[in-house]
Design a protein around this ligand. Structure first.
Ligand code: ATP
Ligand code: MG
Length: 440
């Protein structure tokens, strides 16, 4: 992508409305624009990152055996009257009427709709287990939308729903998602800690919030330091192995971790003082086993091996991609801007032509741009006639992992400079050597 033809509206000034660093950097680097309170457009730079986040989420959902579909944002109120949540869900739900005066709503979540899909088609235990997910916009009329897309009113959610014949089966489905989440957050460059969450009237211990530690987090969290070193499940993990899923779950739930709502002071104080971690965190995912809470009122039953009808056991599993993007920035930035982990960076590298219009600089930049592109890399080529200083600042701000700097002095020797955005390390190489290093 040539910057001169791209749409990357960088802001020079710090936007006043941004209270936290991720919001400031997302506005300054032209990733998002607020359209009305808590409702955002994703501009091209932001959209690229969001797509990469979604791709990783999707790959890990698929790996664990979940199947993607797509449900609508608008739902009929009838379904929610069946489950009893139409009245129970308060002002967070945006209620609308269509031209026939039929009550509709903008979905804040999809338990009712997926249960309706399930009951319409699945009649036998032989079709179980089943886990269906989608990545779709939600709307919650939050009382206090803030921090940009971290807590917005319209936001993207990956929500998966599992269906099993038995409670034991549902617990295995739960642990599969638990392991998939560990892999997902790790691939996004984050260390997320699963913390026991409130299960309300359903009871049991099968609800976890996945929390990223960050000073600007809205939750107060308490956990054991050991979490920092626990292993992430490998790529070839067998998600069908009940024992395997159990052992991952057992390790990751073996030491103390809780948000303030579930905090047990005595249990926390029992940890050696040097091993206690008390911090702030951002909830990026939430998984929940809720048994027959929806299958019962909505009549989602299957015939079991015994020939009898059984209510299905369900769980739901959410991740917020539009919250993850700022969460990654909170975890990875410096005073000059964003530092993207390679897995979600909007571009793999940026070529900075320090003197556009200079014959040697242009020729070398074009050569690099073509070769990197041909090798399948996503490259941003800053071919504008801005001052070099402006270009350097912009490249640091947008946080692309590698900067390839083409300047008149070094190119006279056939050389360019590579700068690693994260470490700041610089290296001078011939164009050839630079290409070898980047393409490998
Ligand atoms: P919170 O406690 O932060 O309000 P929640 O518990 O209501 O979130 P869930 O219903 O568990 O959220 O939703 C699943 C995921 O969706 C959350 O873990 C989060 O990543 C994301 N999410 C929820 N609300 C928002 C929001 N207002 N803006 C952006 N992402 C959100
Ligand atoms: Mg939650």
């Amino acid at each position: 992508m040539r910057l001169s033809r791209f749409f990357m509206p960088i802001l020079k000034e710090n936007p006043k409305e941004a209270e936290i660093v991720s919001h400031r950097l997302m506005l300054r680097s032209g990733m998002v624009r607020q359209q009305s309170q808590g409702i955002y457009s994703w501009l091209p730079m932001g959209k690229r990152v969001l797509d990469k986040v979604n791709k990783i989420i999707r790959e890990e959902q698929n790996r664990s055996g979940a199947i993607e579909l797509l449900m609508p944002t608008l739902q009929s109120a009838e379904l929610w009257q069946e489950s009893g949540r139409y009245d129970a869900y308060g002002k967070e739900m945006l209620r609308i009427k269509d031209r026939q005066e039929r009550p509709m709503l903008y979905g804040p979540t999809n338990e009712e709709m997926i249960t309706d899909i399930f009951r319409s088609y699945v009649k036998s235990y032989k079709n179980l287990p089943l886990n269906l997910y989608h990545i779709q916009l939600k709307f919650r009329d939050e009382i206090r939308p803030r921090f940009g897309t971290m807590r917005s009113r319209e936001f993207l959610m990956k929500d998966a729903y599992s269906f099993d014949l038995t409670k034991e089966g549902a617990e295995h489905s739960y642990r599969k998602m638990f392991a998939a989440y560990l892999r997902t957050f790790s691939r996004l460059g984050l260390r997320a800690i699963p913390m026991r969450a409130d299960t309300g009237p359903i009871g049991g211990n099968l609800s976890h919030e996945f929390i990223i530690l960050a000073d600007t987090g809205e939750s107060e969290v308490f956990c054991h330091k050991d979490f920092v070193d626990f292993d992430i499940p490998a790529e070839n993990t067998d998600f069908d192995s009940v024992a395997g899923m159990q052992s991952i779950f057992d390790q990751w739930t073996s030491v103390y971790a809780a948000t303030s709502e579930m905090h047990d002071e005595a249990a926390f104080n029992a940890i050696a003082e040097g091993d206690r971690l008390s911090a702030r965190g951002i909830e990026v995912g939430h998984i929940f086993y809720f048994g027959t809470k929806y299958s019962e009122p909505m009549g989602a039953k299957v015939q079991g091996p015994d020939g009898k009808e059984h209510l299905v056991h369900m769980g739901s599993y959410g991740i917020g991609p539009t919250r993850l993007v700022p969460a990654i920035i909170e975890a990875s930035h410096d005073e000059n801007g964003i530092i993207w982990p390679a897995s979600v960076a909007p571009f793999d590298s940026v070529i900075i032509n320090m003197k556009a219009g200079d014959e040697a600089c242009d020729a070398a930049s074009e050569r690099l741009y073509a070769a990197l592109g041909n090798a399948g890399q996503d490259v941003l080529y800053d071919d504008t006639d801005d001052r070099a200083g402006t270009k350097f600042a912009a490249a640091d701000l947008i946080g692309v992992p590698v900067q390839v700097i083409v300047g008149p002095r070094s190119i006279a020797n056939g050389e360019v400079e590579l700068k690693d955005r994260k470490t700041g390390a610089r290296e001078t190489l011939t164009v050839e050597a630079a290409l070898n290093k980047l393409i490998g």
